[in-house]
Write a protein that binds this ligand. Structure first.
Ligand code: PMP
Length: 386
């Protein structure tokens, strides 16, 4: 099948695999065991990878903490910062955040913290003005995602970060969908913490990082994992050297291609949008039309149940009816509800995620095969008679 589910995960870049292989075979040293050459090689590899991550974000190497992925990074940022402050203090998030932000926020609420969930506009975005009305002297942290994993819209995090900085409130952003996709410059962007994940940028699953800005007053975080004191005592556990090398290689490829790749992938997205609009009548495109992730397209197809369309095309086209991370719940996506989609669209929405390895011909084929599948589903639902 044609793979158009790159928001859920991406194919490992062959160059990333090649960089990882030695650390899955002959280079098995522990990066903390630097008294011998095995450990020294591992430590050098980790340190080079950290540099590659820092270079992509334009931050310092000491500001990168490796984690098991963006879920852990978000948990560490949010639980860590809030639990380092007294119960009762305030956290601000938005309604369209990923579950890996919403769930720790709910957990904090149960522990007695004050959690404010900002409503989002029809694109899934919040404004700095909205954040400003909720900031008060008890606010510890604001967490607003960069690019939305479902509808693809991008939040104005630069304004929100600047606002938080002025009020001396910590700002975290879940940039899982944007790191490696659109340029980010942390020397200008005033975020205090940023989450990323390798498997969204052609790296391996199970590895990510949290950027934690070195600043004064110090950002204090209560760790989630205690042990050997790795990662500056913020995240204990023997470093998964091969995974970290994979993340570093993925970042390094993105650093060199990011602008041209974003352009090329946006062009494919626009082509897909145009072809679908031509072939499928009465279709609605969701999310912001310009200010969006390069590869992300989100549609509602009234009368065509998304699961039924996907089932029809299961051997030809891999796409998604929502976020892969909330697949265990049969409920319509909280993001689609938050953007105020009509009830008829909640179960008829599809997400396409275009990535590095997709071609123009795949995109055209996708639109070609989508059209008859939609028509058949609309026929079944009686939509065409209406
Ligand atoms: N945040 C966002 C915005 C995501 O899209 C994802 C992955 N669906 C995550 C967090 C979780 O990332 P990971 O799979 O690395 O835990």
């Amino acid at each position: 099948p044609i793979y158009l589910d790159n928001n859920a995960s991406t194919r490992l870049d062959p160059a990333v695999l090649e960089a990882m292989l030695p650390f899955l075979t002959e280079q098995y040293g522990n990066s903390s065991s630097t008294s011998h050459v095995f450990g020294q090689i591992a430590e050098k590899a980790v340190s080079d990878a950290r540099e590659n991550v820092a270079r992509l974000l334009n931050c310092r190497t000491q500001e990168i903490v490796f984690t098991s992925g963006a879920t852990e990074s978000n948990n560490l940022a949010i639980l860590g910062a809030m639990r380092a402050s007294p119960v009762g203090r305030k956290l601000i998030i938005a309604a369209a955040e990923h579950k890996a932000v919403i769930d720790p926020a709910e957990r904090l609420s149960a522990e007695g913290y004050n959690v404010c969930v900002l409503p989002v506009d029809k694109h899934g975005c919040v404004s700095a003005e909205q954040v400003a009305t909720e900031l008060d002297e008890t606010t510890i942290l604001v967490s607003i995602m960069h690019g939305n994993n479902e509808v693809g819209s991008i939040n104005p995090i630069s304004e929100i970060a600047a606002l938080c900085r002025v009020h001396n409130v910590l700002f975290h952003t879940d940039a899982t969908q944007t790191v490696g996709k659109i340029p980010l410059d942390l020397s200008r962007l005033e975020v205090d913490m940023l989450s990323l994940s390798a498997h969204k940028m052609y790296g391996p699953k199970g590895i990510g990082a949290l950027f934690i800005r070195k600043r004064f007053p110090k950002t204090s975080l209560e760790p989630l994992v205690f042990g050997g004191g790795h990662e500056r005592k913020i995240r204990s556990g023997t470093l998964p050297v091969h995974q970290i090398v994979g993340l570093g290689a993925a970042c390094s490829i993105c650093s060199s291609n990011i602008v041209s790749e974003a352009k090329q992938i946006s062009a494919l997205r626009e082509l897909l949008k145009q072809k679908i609009a031509e072939r499928v009548p009465n279709i609605q495109f969701n999310g912001h039309s310009d200010n969006r992730l390069p590869g992300s397209l989100h549609v509602s197809i009234p009368g065509a149940n998304a699961e039924a369309v996907m089932m029809k095309l299961r051997n030809q086209l891999a796409m998604s009816s929502g976020s892969a991370c909330t697949m265990s719940s049969p409920e319509p996506s909280h993001v689609l509800k938050a953007i105020g989609l009509e009830a008829s669209c909640l179960t008829t929405s599809l997400r396409f995620g275009i990535g590095r390895f997709n071609t123009e011909s795949e995109v055209c084929t996708a639109a070609d095969i989508l059209s008859p599948a939609v028509e058949a589903c609309r026929q079944l639902s009686g939509y065409l008679e209406k």
